[in-house]
Write a protein that binds this ligand. Structure first.
Ligand SMILES: [Zn+2]
Length: 235
């Protein structure tokens, strides 16, 4: 299994990894460790270079992380250097944390649950079971989100044994019970004092790094399901 360096250090921009396997067919490399986020939880996969060559894709497959290269492939046993496209990744970290602040505020102030979400650098959308959401509430939510960001709340990452994670009441609402039974360790992302979720993504370490969040659009997808679109800009 590849050691997932981004799980404990989301600020790691480059790393050395040993080539554990090479698939000529899929042009993919498996490393002993990686700082590249392979995508998931609404956050797209990283981009970057490996041994100086541009990666065409980074994705999960059968419990492994595949680094796909069009150029010549390294050999098993080689140690190679990986470099994450940092500007894009940092934008995604700011955006992902902004989305959790939004979830936290909407749950705390309105008791509404998130049902899904998606993001790209500095842009995202979230879906809520939020019957009461109307256009007039949008500016209230936006102001509350920016207050929480300005409060400079710490963002804390933990890796917990599954059983321990299941005892945390806050995690139940984020559908932790949908985790496959073979996952023995649960990673949690806590915005201290606001939000706690089981989450695999990369985040900034303090909400003050997010910047400013603007709710740019809102759509009713029916009586209950509502969608909120956000943009993240400099503070
Ligand atoms: Zn998340």
């Amino acid at each position: 299994m590849t050691q997932l360096l981004f799980q404990t250090d989301s600020y790691l921009k480059s790393f050395e990894g040993r080539v554990n396997a090479v698939s000529m067919e899929s042009r993919a490399i498996i490393l002993d460790r990686t700082a590249f986020y392979p995508g998931g939880g609404g956050q797209p996969a990283d981009t970057g270079t490996l041994a100086g060559h541009r990666l065409t894709e980074i994705r999960r497959s059968g419990g492994e992380i595949l680094h796909v290269l069009d150029d010549e492939l390294p050999e098993v046993g080689q140690t190679i250097n990986g470099v994450v496209d940092w500007e894009r990744r940092y934008h995604l970290m700011r955006t992902h944390t902004a989305m959790h602040v939004l979830c936290g505020v909407v749950f705390r102030d309105f008791g509404a649950l998130v049902t899904g979400g998606d993001m790209e650098p500095l842009k995202g959308r979230m879906d809520f079971e939020f019957a009461r959401l109307q256009r007039e509430l949008v500016s209230t939510i936006e102001a509350a989100v920016n207050r929480e960001i300005a409060a400079a709340r710490e963002v804390r990452i933990r890796l917990l044994p599954r059983e321990q994670a299941f005892k945390i009441p806050d995690l139940i609402r984020t559908k932790i019970n949908l985790l496959p039974p073979d996952i023995q360790e649960v990673r949690t992302v806590e915005i201290v004092g606001l939000d706690l979720q089981a989450d695999g993504g990369t985040h900034v370490s303090n909400t003050s790094e997010v910047g400013h969040v603007r709710i740019v659009d809102y759509k009713s997808k029916g009586a209950i399901n509502k969608r909120i679109y956000v943009e993240v800009t400099a503070a």
